[in-house]
Design a protein around this ligand. Structure first.
Ligand code: V47
Length: 394
């Protein structure tokens, strides 16, 4: 850095060069808009290059939200519905298996499953879904249930976190997504999702999952009523747990989308805020291997730029995403692999297909070209055989 850099950037750069970690005060200072974004971005990019080189990871995945009926009324959520709401739905086994069959057809390696907490569905239904999907498609990685859902299952049954997680693992659970973290700080949490699992529960469930050998991701929902110090508090709680367990694979900053929510009067965070938050996350979470630019919520251009502000993961092809699209995300419903690879290359990075656990997926090139198209029956068989042949080098 030259002497024209901002003093906070100089200070943080010196710390990083000396192998020291950022303090909460450093992170808070970096949220000051007076700290030039390009200088902050350069620090984050250096950190990203050190950890992940020029790689930008993506996967072929599908989403499944088995129900949107939910007992909670989180003010930021446009997805949830009441039982008698015409928007409310519950998928049956046939529909769910059809979704998994579609995943197989397109060569997906992951199904990301989250949904509402339906008070008329028993815990056994949630275990059944995992078992049924795993038995039908044992090679499809099931990344399922946020800590908030696990907490609800424990509430319904009286079981411990460990017991529920062990039963889910036995049924076929492969890992857990990082949703439900929102903002940990009680000043904010009580206002945006008063009744659901608090910070301690969320962290304890991930701690238990890590102890049982599950890898998980973690998130932060930003750009609503929280202040920079709440974001900093959130990031440092995640860093502390990661110091303890090392079980988080990826951090995903989630930009708030206000449309159709109880906070519809708010503006969504600016691109500058998105990039600043991404960069600070990369610098603070020095122990989390990957930072995801979730294109669905950031938009394609911002997600591309984020690859130079600390992010090294683009998420996936994503089909059937509802949580963001119900809240007004204007991004496409899905991206084909060729488009993702092009976007990553255009951002100056090297596209690498990964599975959920970041093992590299090697395919014959034609496989993802075919996966981009709506397959006819002959292609379906061809794709299925290629998917079986897909090998991991990790
Ligand atoms: O917990 C809900 C957020 C999360 C809105 O683990 C909203 O790889 C913005 O966690 N505007 C669920 N955000 C999604 C999630 C996720 C997404 C992608 C990848 C991974 C991963 C996890 O979505 C919720 C909440 O924080 N959310 N409503 C909204 N209106």
């Amino acid at each position: 850095m030259t002497s024209s850099t901002h003093p906070v950037v100089d200070r943080v750069a010196e710390k990083l060069a000396a192998g020291k970690r950022l303090s909460q005060q450093d992170a808070l200072d970096l949220f000051d808009p007076a700290v030039p974004l390009n200088q902050l971005g350069q620090l984050a990019h250096e950190q990203r290059r050190r950890l992940n080189g020029r790689a930008a990871y993506y996967n072929i995945n599908v989403h499944l939200n088995p129900t949107n009926v939910c007992v909670y009324r989180c003010v930021f959520c446009a997805f949830r519905a009441d039982l008698r709401d015409p928007r409310g739905y519950v998928m049956d086994d046939e529909q769910i298996l059809a979704r998994a069959e579609e995943a197989r057809r397109i060569g997906a390696t992951e199904m990301h499953i989250v949904g509402g907490l339906h008070h008329q569905r028993k815990y056994e239904w949630y275990v059944h879904l995992i078992r049924m999907l795993h038995q039908a498609h044992p090679r499809l990685h099931l990344k399922a249930w946020t800590a908030v859902e696990i907490h609800w299952f424990c509430h319904m049954t009286g079981y411990s976190y460990q017991r529920v997680l062990e039963e889910m693992i036995e049924a076929g659970l492969g890992s857990m997504p990082g949703g439900g973290a929102e903002i940990f700080h009680p000043e904010v949490r009580q206002k945006i999702c008063e009744h659901k699992a608090d910070a301690q529960c969320w962290l304890d469930i991930h701690r238990t999952a890590h102890r049982l050998g599950l890898r998980t991701t973690c998130t932060m929902l930003y750009g609503h009523i929280e202040k920079p110090h709440h974001r900093v508090d959130h990031l440092f709680r995640l860093r502390a747990l990661q110091d303890e367990t090392g079980g988080f694979l990826t951090f995903i900053p989630l930009a708030f989308h206000p449309e159709n929510t109880g906070l519809a009067h708010l503006k969504k965070p600016s691109v500058l805020d998105d990039l600043r938050t991404m960069a600070i996350s990369r610098l603070v979470l020095d122990n989390v291997p990957h930072i995801k630019a979730y294109w669905v919520m950031l938009g394609l251009g911002t997600a591309q730029a984020a690859l130079s502000y600390g992010a090294d993961d683009f998420d996936g092809t994503v089909r059937h995403e509802r949580i963001y699209h119900d809240a007004g995300a204007d991004t496409p419903q899905a991206l084909d692999v060729e488009t993702i690879r092009h976007l990553i290359r255009e951002a100056g990075c090297v596209p690498i297909e990964r599975d959920t656990l970041y093992r590299r997926v090697e395919r014959q090139e034609t496989q993802w070209q075919l996966a981009a198209e709506e397959p006819d029956s002959a292609r379906v068989e061809h794709l299925a055989s290629l998917a079986l042949a897909a090998s991991y080098d990790g």
